[in-house]
Design a protein around this ligand. Structure first.
Ligand code: NAP
Ligand code: ZN
Ligand code: ZN
Length: 346
């Protein structure tokens, strides 16, 4: 494929800027995609600012990709030019280990290859979706159902699947009480999906600013944590999904759980979090984590979203606005996902 225009960060502490990257030629099993929209995930910012301490620069972020197929490899039978497709957080895995065979490619025993900040099995660095075009193995390319616009679909490829997978794994549905902590990109999808699955949903947000949105997204209750003690909500939930990008008090959030409840942590703050063993022992509580979802489950999630009107709530920005959008995400001022208009990346 050759050189394509992208937006990335050249060095630790540098800002985001336009750059050229090399994309591989379309191999027999590859799909070439013209990127229409790419979501801004908080992980892009953690990485770009090297908050996790493992970013390889230069970095081109972006793992919530939606676009149109422009070419397919000679052995590809499943997709054709013109198809509407998505790409998420992973672009390769071994396909042979127990986890890959079980549909958990994200937990591949050989290590999956991430869409950016990683090295592909060809030894070349991976570059994310803040770019004009991308080439991805067909196994990791999803069909976007007709009922979803490409801009509303893009954030589903990370934010959507990251909350869908644990909600399904831990059985959110009629009769379960779900609390969603943090109403950002992941949080707003957790509310929509838990509500669509039939659960009773409560949002724990810092302030009342997003209260009307909580109700619109499907929550029964919105609790502003800056003026409510979590102890008032003790033992009221079966599943707590923590999407906060900063450190939270684990004891206080575990205490929200009734007997056999689970706190699923999907947020990835750089700081460590600690807890008292007694909080876990009491009520036979579980503390869990979860990373995105597997390939089959991601396609299933897209169909579920299409069937239940669960596209992401997006604000479309141009490539020139990425730095400002990042600042707004960090400030908690996004309703509820920025997506970059791919036509402005050129
Ligand atoms: P986001 O849009 O910034 O949402 C995070 C929300 O957390 C904010 O909207 C805010 O909600 C709340 N929040 C932010 N700072 C806070 C603070 N200091 N104290 C309390 N609450 C705070 O981020 P996102 O894209 O949804 O990602 C959230 C986290 O998940 C990030 O750490 C990201 O890296 C991680 N992530 C993990 C996976 C995975 O596979 N596990 C996948 C994607 C992302 P309120 O305004 O409502 O309080
Ligand atoms: Zn993400
Ligand atoms: Zn594997």
């Amino acid at each position: 494929m050759g050189t394509v225009t992208a937006y990335g960060v050249r060095a630790p502490g540098a800002g985001i800027e336009r750059m050229e990257i090399m994309r591989r030629d379309v191999g027999p099993y590859d799909i070439a995609i013209a990127i229409a929209f790419v979501g801004i995930c908080h992980s892009d910012i953690h990485n770009a600012r090297d908050e996790w301490g493992h970013t390889a620069f230069p970095l081109v972020p972006g793992h919530e990709i939606a676009g149109t197929v422009t070419a397919v490899g000679s052995s590809v039978r499943t997709l054709a030019p013109g198809d509407r497709v998505g790409v998420g957080v992973i672009v390769d895995s071994c396909r042979n280990c127990a986890q890959c065979l079980a549909g958990n490619e994200q937990y591949c025993e050989a290590g999956c290859v991430e869409t950016y900040n990683d090295v592909g099995r060809d030894g070349q660095p991976t570059w994310g979706g803040y770019s004009e075009r991308i080439v991805v193995d067909e196994h990791f390319v999803y069909r976007v159902p007709d009922a979803l616009s490409l801009e509303a679909a893009a954030p589903l490829l990370c934010a959507g699947i990251t909350v869908y997978s644990p909600l399904r794994h831990w059985g959110a549905g009629p009769g379960t009480r779900v609390a969603v902590v943090g109403l950002g990109g992941l949080g707003h999808m957790a509310v929509k999906l838990a509500a669509a699955l039939g659960a009773e949903v409560t949002v724990l947000s810092r302030t009342v600013a997003k209260e009307a949105d909580s109700a619109r997204l499907g929550a029964q209750r919105h609790v502003a944590t800056h003026n409510t003690s979590l102890s008032e909500l003790r033992e009221q939930f079966d599943i707590v999904v923590n999407t906060v990008s900063a450190r939270v008090g684990l004891d206080a959030h575990l205490s929200l759980l009734a007997v056999d409840g689970v706190l699923v942590n999907v947020g990835l703050p750089p700081e460590r979090m600690d807890l008292a063993a007694a909080t876990l022992v009491d009520r036979r509580r579980s503390l869990a984590g979860s990373m995105i979802g597997g390939v089959t489950e991601t396609q299933e999630m897209l169909e579920f979203c299409a069937g239940n009107g669960c596209g992401a709530d997006v604000e479309v920005v141009s490539a020139d606005d990425i730095a400002a959008a990042w600042d707004r995400v960090v400030a908690g001022d996004v309703r509820y996902r920025f997506v970059i208009d791919g036509s402005t990346i050129r």
